[in-house]
Design a binder for this molecule. Structure first.
Ligand SMILES: [Fe+2]
Length: 146
């Protein structure tokens, strides 16, 4: 899948994870638009797993690199996950118009806004600090930034 250029931040680990989120959102939106309730439930659950993993990875990067705005950034993640949990409760009642709109529009709009505004600031900071995530630097063949 091709990422819209405005969502590419130039920080590889974060961009790769965002691509996975966009793909998971598209699967959920397609299932919801098709009226496929079991498919939507499965895709939303899978999306939730990807999001939780990604947010905790970013929060790890922010803590390790002492990103100054990490409190507000984490609060944005937490608020979003509260909304996402509410979506899960709505979804247990079936595929209402509200739920379809939530899955196909509200969630992707939040994620894209968050990437363009919050994550782009984080990616710029991490690059400026030459921060490399520990888990990736072990696996990476690239020379380590000093
Ligand atoms: Fe974020």
């Amino acid at each position: 899948m091709r990422m819209p250029p405005e969502l590419v931040l130039g920080y590889e680990e974060i961009d790769t994870q965002h691509r996975g989120i966009l793909e998971a959102m598209e699967r959920a939106a397609a299932a919801a638009r098709a009226g496929d309730l079991p498919g939507t439930r499965a895709a939303v659950a899978a999306l939730g797993d990807v999001l939780v993993g990604h947010f905790s990875a970013e929060e790890g990067f922010m803590a390790e690199s002492l990103f100054p705005d990490r409190g507000r950034h984490k609060a944005a993640h937490d608020l979003f996950m509260q909304d996402f949990a509410q979506l899960g409760r709505e979804l247990s009642g079936g595929l209402s118009d509200l739920v379809v709109q939530w899955v196909a529009t509200r969630v992707p709009e939040w994620v894209k806004f968050h990437i363009r505004v919050n994550d782009s600031a984080l990616a710029t900071y991490l690059s400026s600090k030459r921060y490399r995530p520990a888990a990736y630097s072990v696996r990476s063949a690239k020379p380590q930034a000093s």
